[in-house]
Design a protein around this ligand. Structure first.
Ligand code: 5AD
Ligand code: FES
Length: 348
């Protein structure tokens, strides 16, 4: 037991451990070692970002997807998903409402939908950046060529989210159909970083077949990539997927991985995800207290929210953006943090 405290001290000092050492923490952590880790994670986070919690306005602009990832509720084979696409005008309307509510980052997220050609994405990004030069635009639209990424970057996109999902190639193969490879995913992430995007990788906790060693491998990959953002949330089964009957990831393990990630990359922008809020009523608050510093409320129009369901029982699908902001503001204040209206860039 004192061994785990020692390993946490070592991680705080060196920002890295051996794979076996990470695995030891992940397999042997207790509520006492967690409290010790989270206190350190908060100290590190507050040294860089204080008590500020950044908000990102998430615009889920299409749920069409050409991919068939086994875990995902909007996979191509999910025949019951009601598909939708937002027009450029609808996306601009979301930004206008979001800007009024204090958002200074817009995240355009969608399935891999060929309808939105590179030219269309470039046009949307350019329009948002022209109208809101004080805002950051984040794209989260999947695997593309380096050329495409370069066009998006030139159009003014500031950040890109692409979770690596798991850093172990065999595990990757069990979560994805043939044709999707970890190798290409990682190629995308290194291209994005080289092109100067603030880049986010990330993974689900408790995805089927995941081992403690796999989670250790995720931390080693994060340490190597040195991303500016890391998205971590629980896997939650979706009823219309091959993983419908699998167990969800646990709150405890997600919090542990948030705390460890904060010590691996002290300055990282780390969201307390909606999925974390879905598995526990205080999930996002607990995420912030474990070292997270970002929340990503939904700005999508209310009539499409219930259609962008990657997993079951997603929260906030009936609420207006304004309600979520007020609610999150109260939630953050209840734990001694504050939501801020700021681009919330990565601090070197
Ligand atoms: N449970 C939790 N997270 C999921 N994602 C996709 N499907 C699920 C699920 N069933 C996550 C993936 C993806 C991100 C947009 O959402 O990690 O990268
Ligand atoms: Fe959406 Fe609380 S954050 S209702």
């Amino acid at each position: 037991m004192s061994r785990i405290f020692e390993l946490i001290d070592k991680l705080e000092k060196d920002r890295i451990l051996l794979k076996e050492e990470f695995s030891e923490i992940i397999s042997g952590h207790t509520s006492e070692t967690d409290e010790y880790l989270f206190a350190k994670a908060r100290t590190v986070r507050e040294r860089v970002y204080g008590k500020d919690v950044y908000i990102r306005g998430l615009i889920e602009f299409t749920n069409y997807c050409k991919n068939d990832c086994l875990y995902c509720g909007i996979r191509r084979s999910a025949k019951n998903a009601e598909r939708y696409r937002l027009t450029e005008e609808q996306i601009m309307d979301c930004c206008e409402m979001g800007y009024g509510l204090g958002f200074r980052t817009f995240v355009l997220q969608g399935g891999e939908d060929g309808f939105y050609t590179d030219d269309k994405i470039v046009s949307i990004v350019s329009r948002i950046k022209a109208k809101y030069p004080d805002c950051a635009v984040t794209l989260s639209i999947g695997e593309k060529s380096r050329d495409s990424y370069e066009k998006f970057r030139k159009a003014g996109a500031d950040r890109y989210l692409l979770r690596h999902e798991t850093a172990n190639p065999e595990h990757y193969g069990k979560l994805h159909p043939k044709g999707l490879t970890l190798e290409n995913r990682m190629r995308c992430l290194s291209d994005l970083k080289e092109l100067g995007f603030q880049t986010g990788c990330g993974f689900m906790v408790g995805s089927p077949y995941q081992t403690a060693e796999n989670l250790a491998e995720d931390l080693l990959y994060i340490s190597k990539l040195q991303p500016q953002m890391v998205g971590i949330g629980p896997f939650i089964p979706h009823h219309d997927t091959p993983f419908a009957n699998e167990k969800a990831g646990t709150l405890e393990t997600v919090l542990l991985m948030l705390g460890l990630t904060r010590l691996v990359v002290p300055n990282v922008l780390l969201p307390a995800t909606t999925a974390l809020g879905t598995i526990h009523p205080k999930g996002r608050e607990k995420g912030i207290l474990a070292g997270a510093n970002v929340v990503m409320p939904n700005l999508s129009p209310s009539d499409v929210r219930k259609k962008y369901l990657l997993y079951d029982n997603k929260i906030c699908t009936g609420d207006e953006a304004a309600e979520c902001i007020a609610c999150l503001g109260r939630r953050m204040e209840s734990i001694g943090y504050r939501l801020v209206s700021d681009r919330g860039d990565f601090k070197e």
